[in-house]
Design a protein around this ligand. Structure first.
Ligand code: SF4
Ligand code: SF4
Length: 95
């Protein structure tokens, strides 16, 4: 018990001073979906492939791309099928 008390008093903290100190994402982490909308051609491939119905693509005349991050299961299928590679998985969260 005494050993534990002293190790907690004088050891390094078990937590980080977030948001000033941020942990790097783990290798292989998929993180969150990002779309470089300037490159998007609104083809709808990502919407058709998404198993969670998290993407809605509006075609002509009002081209739009909407994504519900609370439905997304972070599978990455949309990134694979995007013909212009404007979709990507950002391993960092909260940025
Ligand atoms: S697959 Fe890519 S180019 Fe096509 S609508 Fe989705 S994000 Fe845009
Ligand atoms: S990562 Fe998967 S679940 Fe999320 S939007 Fe893309 S296809 Fe849908």
């Amino acid at each position: 018990m005494i050993k534990r008390v002293f190790s907690n008093l004088f050891g390094s903290p078990a937590t980080r001073l977030y948001p000033f100190t941020r942990r790097e994402p783990f290798a292989g982490s998929r993180g969150q979906l990002k779309n470089d909308i300037a490159k998007c051609i609104f083809c709808g491939q990502c919407q058709r492939r998404c198993p969670a119905d998290a993407i809605v693509v509006g075609k002509k005349p009002d081209k739009s791309w909407a994504f519900d991050r609370y439905r997304c299961i972070v599978c990455g299928y949309c990134v694979e099928v995007c013909p212009v590679k404007c979709l990507s998985m950002d391993p960092k969260h909260g940025d």
